[in-house]
Design a protein around this ligand. Structure first.
Ligand code: ZN
Length: 393
């Protein structure tokens, strides 16, 4: 018995750590069995992260650990070690790409370490700070591999993943009828981009993944997988697995923070920078309602927000709500006539045009009603894998 963790085997050129794990599980010796594998999303700002910043782990059951370790040694050398150093380039990402640096770990005991996992979803971790394990292979990928094993899984969702038989076959083929059926199932979520009407089940770009279906339950994931994999027009797969995952758990966030707006600047593309009493908050245009709401707020507004802080300590908003917005744009009403009073000139007070009553008050506070009065979050297509949807289906 023990746990295996694996990470950092893919690059923009292709590959996917889930697919490497799938092959590893297929190649296990006959006397080794496995429990539900895990797909664990980690800190999205990690310097050397892989595309989806996901690591995988699985519990293996065997009576003969030393033989399993010999097998894993060999498998690592034959299938994983050579992936080190593969570097892709991206046209749409300016961030420095790091070459893949795979890592694999084995621990004989069942371990959890909530604190380590929590840091791995919300901050940068250095390789030397990774807890000791029974055996390890490779480099930087050990960070994610260890975090995936140590995830306490106090809350979880599921994702069913199927891999393409032939990665080079071009456009992914999914049966339309089966696709619609899967999206309508009670337990599946984040299947479709409601704005564009496009499916979110198939990844874009170089990846051996044919589709991934998210579900609140394991049975729901398996059921949806069966429907889509067996759809008439769905292209052949080389296999599939249901993963237990920390997606949509909100594990990466602390409690929301309240802050007053000190200033606002709207950047060229519609991104918004808010200077607040709790540091700099950033709303990217892609964050949809969050960006719109951030453009609407004014100095002095009380907000409550949540998100991750990047390496420069800027909070990237993932959740936002306006608690109070006051403007001083209205003249007070005359207490006798109930008509709006008029200014008599700069610093001269106000006068009622009808009864000549004067007043020292310049403006009255008016509560502004925000365009969205509840919490808002980015649309599904630009939401983090870890983000918990505000509305469940
Ligand atoms: Zn009056």
């Amino acid at each position: 018995m023990g746990w295996l963790g694996l990470d950092d085997t893919d690059s923009l050129k292709g590959g996917c750590t889930t697919e490497v794990l799938f092959r590893l599980l297929n190649d296990l010796p006959d006397d080794v069995s496995f429990r539900t594998p895990r797909l664990v999303r980690l800190w999205p700002f990690a310097k050397q992260r892989t595309r989806g910043n996901a690591a995988v782990a699985v519990e293996l059951i065997t009576e003969n650990e030393s033989e399993l370790l010999i097998h894993l040694d060999k498998w690592w050398q034959q299938h994983v070690e050579s992936l080190k150093g593969v570097l892709g380039t991206s046209d749409h990402s300016e961030r420095t790409q790091y070459p893949a640096d795979p890592g694999m770990i084995w621990t004989s005991e069942s371990m959890t370490d909530e604190a380590f996992y929590k840091s791995a979803v919300s901050s940068e971790i250095e390789l030397q700070n990774v807890p000791e394990v029974t055996r390890y292979w490779g480099g930087n990928g050990r960070i994610g591999a260890t975090a995936a094993v140590l995830w306490p899984a106090t809350q979880c969702t599921y994702e069913a993943i199927a891999w393409r038989s032939n990665e080079a076959e071009g456009r992914r083929q999914l049966d339309e009828v089966a696709l619609a059926e899967v999206e309508d199932l009670k337990d599946t979520f984040l299947c479709r981009n409601p704005k564009l009407g496009t499916s979110l089940l198939a990844p874009r770009g170089n990846s051996p993944v044919l589709f991934g279906i998210r579900s609140w339950t394991k049975d729901g994931a398996q059921h949806a997988l069966d429907i889509l994999e067996q759809g008439n027009d769905t292209e052949p797969t080389k296999g599939s697995l249901v993963f237990q995952t920390n997606q949509a758990t909100g594990d990466h966030l602390e409690v929301p923070v309240e802050a007053y707006v000190r200033s606002k600047s709207i950047l060229k593309k519609g991104h918004v920078v808010l200077e607040t009493t709790q540091g700099t908050w950033m709303a990217f245009r892609q964050s949809g309602h969050i960006a719109l709401l951030s453009q609407w707020v004014i100095k002095g507004d009380l907000l409550i927000g949540n998100g991750l802080r990047d390496e420069d300590d800027v909070l990237h908003l993932e959740l936002l709500k306006v608690k109070k917005s006051i403007s001083e744009q209205k003249r007070p009403l005359c207490v006798r006539c109930n008509k709006s009073m008029k200014s008599m000139g700069k610093n001269q007070g106000l006068r009622c045009k009808r009864c000549n009553l004067t007043s020292d008050r310049g403006w009255v506070e008016v509560e502004r009603i925000p365009p969205f009065q509840n919490w808002v979050q980015p649309p599904p297509s630009s939401r983090r894998h870890l983000s918990k949807p505000l509305q469940e289906k």
